[in-house]
Design a binder for this molecule. Structure first.
Ligand code: NAP
Length: 285
């Protein structure tokens, strides 16, 4: 039985990966900074290590007896005062260092779709710096490049519920976001598969207008979409870059950039946005 160390199990994607790995009968060790958060998500694993992955000393030996490491560690909405370099790059480097020392065979890392061409963005710069180090590490590796997650599509539903969705441009840019449960299958498959890099998105490619209309339909609201001219997006980008620190503008910079790009990856999975928004509506009721 393969022994897997999963870092990121308390997060959106990581929690689905933990459940998928358990289904497949792997021996699963997780490294988390809060056991309480893990328990709240009803995740059952074989071993739990509670430590700070950003502090190299605290994770010494975490990879001992492990065959494969999977990391979804990265800043999304965390407000710990740390930068992408501290977490997406250095924390993952700490883990890679441990993996090498313990003779781990393979390291699976979740980056982002188009990360290589978006390296000028703070978040992608840190992730791709790690990718470069991972490729040079001598370990077998798999870099997973997913499209946007359903968790980020909640903003569409929340705006729809309030009665109006704001989009930049004409709303005809396309994307195929993916549900964490579908992506978790890809991540778990990569334990055995030999591909080194994989791009993946959800099963439906939709325009931003179509996503908005789905959100209105599920919310039961009359569709009202405001298409903001692109100069507003560009101005916001410039202003936040001048007046805020990287911790603040990083997520805004990423969001405003991908909203102005077709984000297309090979289609995979079964979960639809309609079904995801319906679940969100159920939680409100
Ligand atoms: N959201 C998207 O659309 C998208 C698309 C493509 C790729 N990605 C990438 O995929 C990865 C997983 O995303 P996700 O949505 O699952 O993110 P998430 O829910 O925020 O989970 C991120 C994980 O990283 C951990 N983490 C963050 N800061 C940390 C710190 N300072 N110290 C220790 N652990 C820390 C979190 O621990 P805690 O639970 O303790 O905070 C959590 O386990 C991220 O790297 C993200 O950038 C996301």
């Amino acid at each position: 039985m393969k022994r897997i160390l999963l870092a990121g199990a308390t997060g959106y994607l990581g929690s689905y990966i933990a459940k998928e790995l358990q289904k497949r009968d792997y021996h699963v060790r997780v490294i988390v900074r809060s056991k309480k958060k893990l328990n709240e998500k009803n995740i059952e694993v074989n071993e739990i290590l509670e430590s700070e992955i950003t502090q190299a000393e605290s994770i010494k030996g975490c990879c001992d007896t492990v065959d494969v490491v999977i990391s979804t560690i990265g800043i999304t909405k965390q407000k710990d005062g740390l930068t992408y370099m501290d977490v997406d790059f250095r924390a993952n480097m700490n883990l890679l260092q441990q993996a090498k020392q313990s003779g781990v065979k393979k390291f699976i890392y979740v980056s982002v779709l188009n990360g290589e061409i978006l390296k000028h963005l703070k978040i992608c710069e840190a992730k791709e710096m790690f990718v470069e180090q991972l490729k040079k590490s001598g370990l077998d590796y798999c870099i997973i490049r997913p499209n946007g997650f359903f968790s980020d599509m909640s903003d569409f539903y929340n705006m729809a519920q309030k009665g109006r969705i704001y989009l930049f441009g004409n709303g005809e840019l396309k994307g195929n976001p993916i549900h964490g449960e579908d992506l978790a299958v890809v991540c778990a498959d990569s334990v055995e598969k030999s591909y080194e890099e994989i791009e993946v998105g959800g099963p439906e490619t939709l325009t931003q207008n179509e996503i908005a209309m789905t959100a209105f339909k599920v919310a039961g609201k009359k569709p009202k979409i405001t298409h903001l001219p692109d100069w507003i997006r560009i101005s916001i980008l410039k202003i936040v870059k001048i007046f805020t620190v990287s911790k603040v503008y990083g997520p805004i910079e990423f969001f405003l950039t991908v909203m102005a790009t077709d984000m297309l990856a090979p289609e995979y999975g079964k979960h639809t946005l309609d079904e995801y928004f319906t679940k969100l509506r159920g939680m409100d009721e």
